[in-house]
Write a protein that binds this ligand. Structure first.
Ligand SMILES: [Fe+2]
Ligand SMILES: [Fe+2]
Length: 303
């Protein structure tokens, strides 16, 4: 596997175990409350930070897909490698700017659209049994396609949103992602790894339940209540469990790096990748929860 040795890509990903943070800019938006304190909501993503986070994720998806493709598919493997190179180049450009605009924004949008189509093409081939699956699960392709579509949405739609809507939308998106991460880990661990599998199964149950509840709350939020305290309690539960899951992923990454776990995971980087996505989810929750507590609940913020 040449990806283990070539260039700085793999090494760089290993070295950076720091947790990602997301900045949000303050923007006026259509809050449900009349309080002057809530006229300004945390509503808009910092698109440059988002672009840096997600471009690295896109580059890694291309690597995972390439490693999962069968050896007799040189064209598809080459296509995947082109995406690795494309996003590596975009990441270099993103590191040099302090605003996301102009050609760079356009090139990024174009690249994300192309990788969405690439993932969709592979998924279509697998669904129609036109291609040997290799070790890319169809659900993994769909999962990474959804992540890419979220990135594209952030690039195309920077307008402010209501913070409670945004919080619930984030929770439903990410809880599904977290649940699927656990399912992928369960399917990639060796059957002899009974203790890890049991822990993962416990997480799968918790995150399936949280996802179902998140969907219920998001639907109820459609009636536009002025306050929704249950969402605060639910979000605190989500944060607590996501921190535990993040730690589980980080521990699994350390084990894989030391070659202390039996699995068919193509590269330990996959475990670091899903750990970073858990931290991204946590940073988004920690940013929005105080805002929603202040403006869309009857609870004290420090509760
Ligand atoms: Fe991902
Ligand atoms: Fe993911």
């Amino acid at each position: 596997m040449d990806d283990y040795n070539n260039d700085n890509f793999y090494k760089e990903e290993y070295d950076s175990a720091d947790y990602e943070t997301t900045d949000y800019s303050m923007n006026k938006c259509d809050c449900r409350t009349d309080s002057p304190l809530c006229k300004k909501c945390v509503c808009q993503y910092n698109r440059l930070e988002e672009a840096r986070f997600w471009s690295r994720i896109m580059q890694e998806h291309a690597l995972f897909i390439k490693l999962g493709l069968p050896a007799d598919q040189p064209m598809l493997r080459e296509e995947a490698q082109n995406f690795i190179d494309l996003f590596e180049n975009l990441r270099r450009r993103l590191d040099k700017v302090n605003r996301l605009e102009g050609d760079l924004l356009e090139d990024l949008i174009k690249a994300v659209k192309l990788i969405i189509e690439f993932k969709a093409k592979l998924l279509r081939l697998l669904i129609q049994c036109k291609e040997a699956p290799g070790s890319n699960y169809p659900l993994l392709l769909d999962h990474t396609r959804r992540e890419a579509k979220r990135f594209l949405g952030l690039l195309l739609k920077p307008e402010p949103e209501d913070s409670l809507d945004l919080l619930l939308e984030q929770e439903v998106f990410w809880l599904r992602i977290m649940k699927e991460h656990i399912e992928f880990v369960i399917h990639l661990l060796d059957p002899s790894e009974r203790e890890l599998l049991e822990q993962a199964e416990g997480f799968r149950k918790i995150f399936s339940r949280l996802l179902e509840t998140g969907r219920d709350l998001e639907s109820m939020n459609g009636v536009r209540p002025k306050n929704f305290n249950t969402v605060i309690r639910f979000t605190q539960d989500v944060i607590k469990n996501t921190m535990l899951l993040r730690d589980f992923k980080a521990a699994a990454f350390e084990l894989a790096k030391l070659c202390e776990v039996l699995s068919i995971i193509s590269t330990p980087l996959l475990l670091d990748h899903i750990r970073r996505e858990a931290d991204k989810f946590l940073s988004e929750l920690n940013m929005l929860l105080p805002e929603v507590t202040k403006c869309q609940s009857t609870l004290k913020q420090d509760k």
